[in-house]
Unconditional design. Structure first.
Length: 279
């Protein structure tokens, strides 16, 4: 038997986590010298309130080797193998730590998603489907490493202060004040964040154009599933994006998910992306 686990950064809904039997390992948010578990001890609204009140960002911390060792030991205690999907190794030390823990426990196969948020979520779901089909841990990891090259993750951000202060996207830092009235599209390319198209006008206008740019007239998109993942956008705006996406491309499943604490802490409120797999 192969069990699937993933970092909390995969931003899958509780329903999807239950449906596919995925175990979630939380990263940490550091607040007042306390290590708070992503999605358990702290939620995104707590982060946004803190930043608005203090003007200071919180910090995030990777899952430790010890945490992974404890999780993996528990999951393999009945003889099962484990495939664990990590946030991209360029964004966090979590994958490196998972690899170190896996060296000490037989049958554990960490996967570097080379992505973030529900981009990693796609990989976790596909891994779960292969596990149900009877594939081995080694086989699943090989397939997921290939799949990682086909996940397309991008998002539009309304405000840049979170990304700039957090230092996770050097391209945003370099742009500086030039983006005062622009809404940039941040793309994951080769496992790293890069600035794509800059949209002018309101956030709503930017999102409408972004959806068309990402989806319309594309012939290389796998139609099975796409995520619309956001960090606290208004329901009306999320619905507008979902409807626009349906008009631009037919997905079998178009699933709205909410970004967890780790992604929200780096991107801030009013961030939204469409994440899917290419053929």
């Amino acid at each position: 038997m192969v069990k699937i686990s993933a970092d909390s950064t995969c931003d899958l809904s509780p329903q999807l986590i239950q449906e596919y039997g995925i175990s979630i390992v939380p990263l940490y948010i550091i607040k007042d010298d306390q290590s708070l578990r992503d999605g358990i001890d702290i939620v995104p609204e707590d982060i946004f309130e803190h930043v608005e009140r203090t003007g200071k960002l919180l910090t995030t911390s990777a899952v430790s080797v010890g945490d992974y060792a404890e999780v993996f030991a528990g999951m393999t205690s009945d003889g099962s193998e484990v495939v664990h999907v990590n946030i991209g190794s360029e964004f966090s030390a979590s994958h490196q730590n998972a690899m170190l823990a896996a060296k000490e426990i037989a049958g554990v196969y960490p996967v570097d998603s080379r992505s973030l948020s529900s981009g990693s979520g796609h990989i976790a779901i596909e891994a779960a489907k292969l596990a149900r089909a009877g594939k081995s841990g080694a086989q699943i990891r090989r397939e997921m490493v290939k799949l990682a090259e086909r996940v397309e993750a991008s998002f539009v951000i309304e405000r840049l202060d979170y990304l700039r202060k957090g230092g996770r996207c050097s391209a945003v830092q370099a742009l500086g004040a030039n983006l005062l009235h622009l809404k940039p599209c941040i793309e994951v390319r080769d496992g790293k964040m890069a600035v794509g198209k800059r949209y002018r006008g309101s956030f709503e206008k930017a999102l409408r154009e972004y959806v068309v740019d990402r989806l319309r007239a594309r012939t290389d998109i796998a139609p099975e599933r796409a995520f619309v993942t956001h960090s606290g956008c208004e329901p009306e705006m999320v619905e507008m994006v979902r409807a626009a996406a349906e008009e631009s491309f037919h997905f079998d499943q178009l699933i709205v998910t909410r970004a967890g604490c780790t992604i929200s802490n780096h991107c801030g409120p009013h961030t939204l992306g469409i994440l899917f797999i290419r053929k």
